[in-house]
Design a protein around this ligand. Sequence first.
Ligand SMILES: Cc1ncc(COP(=O)(O)O)c(C=O)c1O
Length: 377
Amino acid sequence: MELFNVYPVNPINIVKAKGSLVWDEQGNEYLDLYGGHAVISIGHTHPHYVESLTQQLNKIGFYSNSVLIPLQQQLARQLGEVSGKVDYTLFLCNSGAEANENALKLASFHTGRKKIIAFSKAFHGRTSLAVAATDNPNIVAPVNETDNVVFLPFNDEDALVNAFQEYGDEIAAVIIEGIQGVGGIREASIPFLQLIRSLCDQYGAVYIADSVQCGYGRTGDFYSHDYAGVAADIYSMAKGMGNGFPIGGIAIAPKFKASYGLLGTTFGGNHLACAAAVAVLDIIKQEQLLANAREVGTYLIEELKKFDKVLDVRGRGLMIGIDLPEEYANVKKELLSIHKIFTGEAKPNVIRILPALNITKEIADRFLTALEERLKA
Ligand SMILES: Cc1ncc(COP(=O)(O)O)c(C=O)c1O
């Protein structure tokens, strides 16, 4: 059997990894500033993470939500503490799309309404409602097309006010990334997030903060949306949560009432996934990774702004977009082929930096030196 060929892959077979470094089968060393789509939060093969997962696997790897799994409570407790949302509740699932799918469903159950507001260039995942709220017609199958999702221009306060005035009592939820990732590292403005909060309050709609890529400490705040000083009703998360072990979740404000069967999953919240997520939170706390994300991120952004060929530097913490002129369209590829540095991209010509939260200044400097060389070439 062959693989269903949907990924344009780099012909590199990574066989070993440590921290922000990975090695291919020929022993070539690479710098990983991408973390496989922003997933690696505490660095590859962190000793505490490896030990926690190994120990857990030797005890029990999986059982479903039909039995007590105390690790889930431990995870919820630690997540509440590090995120500052101690009175929220946690529903666990397996991916970012699934987290958003459940967030949107919960909003609809809660309000009894159908309409979802999403924004231009948004990416919320590939399952049915998440993809319907994603602004990319190429990945929306005919069966996922729906009039229930309305797209508005990102950061456009007037358009948002008008939409609520027109059909506010039909709106179940507004879903927004604090910083759009796939959309090219574009920040939601503080007034825009505050307006979403106040309109949702006024019209009884649910504010969903998609924190799948911009969350879990990446920007220096646990949830990037919180820099606007207002809380969301539901935060969706995945990526950095398990440092590569598939786990996602939604943190749910106290006003939502749970009932048996309302949401559910077979795999979500299993022992091994929770052990991974608990280990990640242990390290985030012990190694003060939010502070490191802030410090090294600020350093990187300041240094990148000094490059005269760079058109724009966007983002916060360790979620950084570097806009390059068209004639430097090959820089991302060359960083990999010549300097052995993995980075991400966004269309049309943005390099996306999404490294592990424990990246050092020395690693940041290696990237800056390589980029400087490429921009001089
Ligand atoms: C903001 C955002 N939401 C949701 C998702 C979907 O996550 P997953 O691929 O885990 O389903 C992604 C993935 O890139 C994302 O960036």
